[in-house]
Design a protein around this ligand. Structure first.
Ligand code: ADP
Ligand code: ADP
Length: 228
């Protein structure tokens, strides 16, 4: 299990520009889920990029189990912190084959295959997908593609999962269904979920509100969201 600590992080995309992140701190604790919300341009994607070591920070620190990420190989960091984008790539194959192509690296081929199969079956059982696994991945809906991408990511059993607006491109009904599934399957996993949908966030452990690169509020759903 990994703990990721972001401390007073400052990221500037270009010299002389206002920082995209201006002193952000948050902690991802094993098995806990944090939702990162805020308007467009707030710095959410920048924080995900910093965590995946795709952009460097100007000051502050990112620590993985107490070790500064600058002392780690970026590839190593990305092997532990798995990001899921809004537009997942797919192979020209069925959903099932797209899932089979993912999975734990084979040290012991048979074990890896058994693990893969068990995880795939668990996922299919949870999402009630069996009728559609034979479909060509290029013809399914955006919601199914997002489920496919999430399933593939989970097959690797990533220590830390970053989800970037997974429901962004979907209509309201599909988005709600996807978010419900997603909150179900990520339960107990260390997750940072970027979203602008507050619905369902009563299930996450902390909500962090970002604006202009700063954390303006943080807390649990019941503390932040007014319910009539
Ligand atoms: P989101 O709100 O999902 O982050 P954006 O439109 O802000 O979407 O960004 C989409 C992509 O464009 C991201 O990869 C981001 O890093 C990049 N991007 C955003 N703003 C700029 C900019 N001013 N110059 C260059 N790239 C940008
Ligand atoms: P969000 O994901 O919350 O929409 P971003 O992290 O994409 O916010 O953007 C934060 C700020 O950084 C914005 O002002 C955006 O224009 C800028 N930005 C993001 N990516 C880049 C980039 N690759 N190059 C230059 N500016 C960027």
């Amino acid at each position: 299990p990994l703990t990721v600590e972001v401390r007073d992080l400052v990221v500037r995309h270009a010299p002389g520009r206002a920082p995209a992140l201006d002193g952000v701190s948050l902690t991802l604790t094993p098995g806990k889920r944090v939702a990162l919300v805020g308007p467009s341009g707030a710095g959410k994607s920048t924080l995900l990029a910093a965590l995946m070591r795709l952009v460097d920070h100007e000051s502050g620190r990112i620590l993985i189990n107490g070790i500064d990420v600058r002392d780690l190989d970026p590839e190593d960091v990305r092997a532990r912190i798995t990001g899921l984008t809004q537009d997942p790539y797919v192979f020209r194959a069925t959903l099932r084959d797209n899932l089979r192509l993912a999975g734990p690296e084979a040290g012991d081929e048979e074990l890896a295959e058994a693990v893969r199969r068990a995880r795939l079956e668990e996922w299919v059982a949870r999402t009630g997908w069996d009728t559609e696994l034979g479909e060509d991945a290029r013809t399914v809906s955006g919601g199914q593609l997002q489920r496919l991408a999430l399933a593939r990511a989970l097959l690797y059993n990533p220590p830390v999962l970053l989800l970037d607006e997974p429901a962004e491109a979907l209509d309201e009904v599909t988005a709600d269904a996807l978010m419900a599934d997603l909150l179900d399957v990520t339960h107990g996993r260390t997750t940072l979920l970027v979203t602008h949908r507050l619905r369902g966030l009563d299930q996450v452990d902390e909500i962090v509100v970002l604006e202009h690169g700063r954390v303006i509020q943080r807390g649990r759903h019941e503390d932040l969201v007014a319910t009539p």
